[in-house]
Design a protein around this ligand. Structure first.
Ligand code: SF4
Length: 243
């Protein structure tokens, strides 16, 4: 896990004024409200391998379709050994017939990642972000998803919802890349809350802080949100710039 140093982050790029301490305090209150508003009795902590395959399938896919395909895949192939032995073409065909986008690439990733885990990691998914990111199809977001939801580690996967909401809430500057958003969140939020951030923001992003037409009027975070106060706007959020 990367150790984040606050010196690597600064307040430059934010569209409103707030000290780092004020931001940190506000971030703590935001996560408390989010945890109350989007509670989850039990976080999905369980099988790192299945979480990893789920993440590969899910890229640019709707949740319902992903879940159906993922369930079907494990009904048919059962375990990592069977998947690793499956010809890439067969896996591609399986995905294509079920309407999975990028089926060619994903079919190859699923089989190859399984072979690598078996051959190079003794069949155990590595629990290290850098090792995870060496696997085909696993970028930083997926690696963090595996750590958080597969291993139950404190990690903050930054997907499209977390990226957008963090910026609307002024917890990261509007135009930074998702990796940088992760760093800001890690620095602003207590470590024992990291694991809640993704699932709470994903739920919040699907129901209230939607990509288009966020329902600020009924949002429990409106008092804490610079977007609701007009201090961050959609024009600020357009496009990610490398910083
Ligand atoms: S107040 Fe609006 S922009 Fe802010 S978190 Fe809520 S829905 Fe999103």
């Amino acid at each position: 896990m990367t150790v984040v140093k606050s010196e690597s982050l600064n307040l430059e790029g934010f569209t409103f004024e707030e000290s780092w301490q004020e931001k940190k305090k506000r971030a703590g209150r935001i996560v408390e409200v989010l945890m109350k508003t989007h509670p989850r009795e039990k976080l999905l902590i369980g099988d790192p391998y299945r979480t990893l395959i789920h993440c590969i399938i899910s890229q640019r896919m709707r949740d319902e379709v992903t879940y159906r395909v993922w369930e079907g895949l494990f009904e048919k192939y059962r375990d990592i050994e069977t998947i690793a032995k499956t010809p890439v073409e067969e896996m591609r065909d399986f995905l294509r017939k079920r309407g999975v986008g990028l089926w060619k690439t994903k079919g190859e990733w699923i089989v190859k990642a399984s072979r690598i885990i078996l051959e190079e990691y003794n069949g155990k998914v590595p629990d290290d972000i850098n090792e995870l990111m060496k696997l085909p199809g696993i970028g930083r977001k997926c690696a963090n998803i595996v750590l958080a939801y597969g291993f139950g580690r404190q990690a903050i996967p930054v997907d499209t919802h977390v990226n957008r909401i963090s910026k609307r809430l002024g917890l990261a500057p509007p135009r930074v890349q998702p990796e940088k958003v992760e760093e800001y969140l890690m620095e602003l939020l207590p470590r024992d809350k990291w694991i809640y951030v993704n699932h709470a923001m994903v739920d919040h992003g699907k129901t209230i802080c939607r990509p288009v037409g966020p329902k600020c009027g009924e949002c429990p975070l409106r008092e804490l949100c610079p977007y609701a106060k007009g201090l961050v706007n959609e024009a600020d959020l357009k496009g990610n710039r490398r910083r």
